[in-house]
Design a protein around this ligand. Structure first.
Ligand code: LLP
Length: 441
C-alpha cells in the first residue's frame, strides 16, 4: 500500500492510518473527515532538511509551501521540525504567526500582494519577500522607507521551463503571470531596478517550474537556467546573488499511473538538484548559493486521506454506477478542476476484491461534482466507509462552503491517537458574516 507504513490493512480487514483503524476514527469523529498521519509529515520535512544538512553543509533551507495545507497545527509541526515556510497571503501569514511560527523563517510569495498584506509582512518582520512586479517593488520600497526598515527580497524569475507530471517543456514563452522572463530580458531589468532601491536588500532569485513533477531533469534544467542568469547578472550588473530558491514541485503517488516514491527517492531529487548547483557554481565561477526549496504537495499529500460515508447508490443500467458520499467538490475540487485521478477503497472492507467500476459522486447540486470516475471498488453499500487516498495536499486548502456544506474537520493521528487540528463547522458558522439590511426585514 505505502512503503512508509502510513497506510496499512489490519487484521480486521480495515484500513489503518498512522496505526489507527479508520473505522474507529470515524466512530469518534464522524465523516466526512480529513485524516493526517503526523509521522509521515515529519519524515518528509526531515528528509529534505537532513539532505541539505548532509549534502550541502546545511547551507540552505527547506520551506514548507503551506498553500498545500494551511492550519495552525501544520505550522507548529514545521516550527518543531526546524524548517521554514512559504506563505502566499495575509491569511496564511496570520495563521502561521498565530501558531508561533518564527517570522524570520517565512518567505512571502504572491503575484499581486495587497498593500495591507505587504504592511502586515513588514510589521511582522517576515524574513524574505519574493517580489513579482514593479508595482510591488515600488510599494515595498516606500513602505520600508516610511518604516525606516530594509527588507530582504528575492526576485521571482521565469527561466522558460514548464514542467508537468511526466514531461517538461523548454519554452521561451513569457505568457505566465508569474515571474520575470530571463529570455526577454525583463528579469535583468527588474534586477537592476531593485538594486537601485534603497530600502530593498536583494538576496537573490526564485523560480518555480510547476507541480507534481517526477522528472529530475526538469529541476536540473531550472538550476542551469537560473544559474546562467546569475552569472550573466554578475557580469553585467556586478551583482552576485547569495540565495537561490528553486521552488517546489516534487510529485506524489495518487493512483496506479504514478510512481510510489520512498523517502530515499525524495532525498535523491534533492541530491540531484544540489549536484547541479555545485557543478554550475564551478562552471560559472559563482559562490555556492544559499539553497532554498519549497515543497508542499510532497510533504503533506500522501500523509492525508479523506474518509466519507457511502449514501445513495444509483445504477444507470449499462451506463454508469454512482456511489454518492457525504462530501464532494466542496472538500476536494480537484477532479472538477483538473480531472485529477484518485484511488478510493472501502475502508471497512479493505480486503475484499474489487468487482465493479463506479464513479464516486459528491452531494452538491452539480453534475461535475465527482471525486473519481470509473474506479474499481468492491460492491459498495450505504453505510460503508469510503477512503480516498493522497488527499493531504490542495484539498482542505481548496475547500469551500459551496451549497452551504460544511468544510470537513481535520484530525491528526499520532501514536495511535487522533486529535482535531481543524474543528467541525456548524450552521451558525455559515451565517456568521451574513447581514440582512434593515429595509429587507
Ligand atoms: N512554491 C511556489 C512559488 C508555488 O507556486 C508552489 C505551488 C509551490 C512552491 C509548491 O509546489 P508543490 O511542491 O506543492 O508542487 N492547486 C494545484 C497546485 C497548485 C500549486 C501552486 N504552486 C493542485 O491542486 O494540483
Amino acid at each position: 500500500m505505502n512503503e512508509r507504513d502510513t497506510l496499512k490493512i489490519n487484521s480486521r480487514g480495515h484500513l489503518e492510518i498512522g496505526g489507527m483503524d479508520t473505522t474507529d476514527i470515524t466512530v469518534k469523529f464522524g465523516t466526512p473527515l480529513y485524516v493526517f498521519d503526523e509521522r509521515h509529515i515529519r519524515d518528509m520535512m526531515s528528509v529534505y532538511r537532513e539532505t541539505i544538512a548532509k549534502e550541502y553543509e546545511g547551507n540552505g533551507l527547506v520551506l514548507y509551501a503551506s498553500k498545500a495545507f494551511s492550519c495552525t497545527a501544520i505550522y507548529a509541526i514545521a516550527k518543531q521540525e526546524n524548517i521554514g515556510i512559504d506563505v502566499v497571503s495575509g491569511g496564511e501569514l496570520y495563521t502561521a504567526l498565530k501558531a508561533g511560527f518564527p517570522a524570520e523563517k517565512i518567505y512571502m510569495h504572491g503575484n499581486n500582494k495587497l498593500v495591507n498584506e505587504l504592511e502586515f509582512a513588514l510589521e511582522s518582520k517576515v524574513g524574505t519577500i519574493v517580489v513579482d512586479s514593479y508595482r510591488e517593488a515600488d510599494l515595498l520600497d516606500s513602505l520600508c522607507s516610511a518604516k525606516k526598515v530594509k527588507q530582504d527580497v528575492l526576485i521571482r524569475i521565469n527561466p522558460g521551463i514548464e514542467a508537468h507530471t511526466h514531461e517538461f517543456v523548454q519554452t521561451a514563452r513569457t505568457d505566465s503571470k508569474f515571474g520575470f522572463s530571463v529570455a526577454d530580458g525583463t528579469a535583468s531589468e527588474i534586477t537592476a531596478y531593485i538594486l537601485s532601491k534603497n530600502n530593498l536588500n536583494l538576496k537573490g532569485f526564485h523560480c518555480h517550474i510547476g507541480s507534481q513533477i517526477f522528472e529530475k531533469q526538469s529541476f536540473v534544467l531550472a538550476v542551469n537556467k537560473v544559474m546562467d542568469f546569475m552569472a550573466d547578472i554578475k557580469k553585467t550588473l556586478k551583482y552576485e546573488a547569495a540565495t537561490l530558491n528553486i521552488g517546489g514541485g516534487f510529485g506524489i503517488w495518487y493512483n496506479s499511473e504514478d510512481p510510489k516514491l520512498k523517502l530515499n527517492d525524495y532525498a535523491d531529487y534533492l541530491k540531484t538538484l544540489i549536484k547541479a548547483v555545485k557543478i554550475k557554481s564551478k562552471e560559472n565561477n559563482l559562490n555556492l548559493p544559499y539553497l532554498v526549496i519549497e515543497p508542499g504537495r510532497s510533504i503533506i499529500g500522501e500523509a492525508g486521506i479523506t474518509l466519507y460515508t457511502v449514501g445513495a447508490i444509483k445504477e444507470i443500467p449499462g451506463v454508469k454506477k454512482y456511489v454518492a458520499v457525504d462530501g464532494g467538490m466542496f472538500d476536494n475540487p480537484r477532479y472538477a478542476l483538473y480531472q485529477s485521478k484518485y484511488t478510493a477503497l472501502l475502508a471497512n472492507r479493505a480486503c475484499e476484491p474489487c468487482t465493479e467500476k463506479v464513479s464516486i459522486a459528491g452531494k452538491c447540486c452539480e453534475s461535475g461534482d465527482l471525486i473519481a470516475v470509473d474506479v474499481p471498488l468492491p460492491k459498495a453499500e450505504s453505510g460503508d466507509i469510503l477512503a480516498v487516498l493522497s488527499t493531504g495536499a490542495y484539498n482542505y486548502s481548496m475547500a469551500s462552503n459551496y451549497n452551504r456544506n460544511f468544510i470537513p474537520p481535520a484530525v491528526l493521528v499520532k501514536d495511535g491517537k487522533a486529535e482535531y487540528i481543524v474543528k467541525p463547522q456548524n450552521y451558525e458558522d455559515l451565517v456568521r458574516n451574513d447581514v440582512v439590511p434593515e429595509y429587507l426585514k
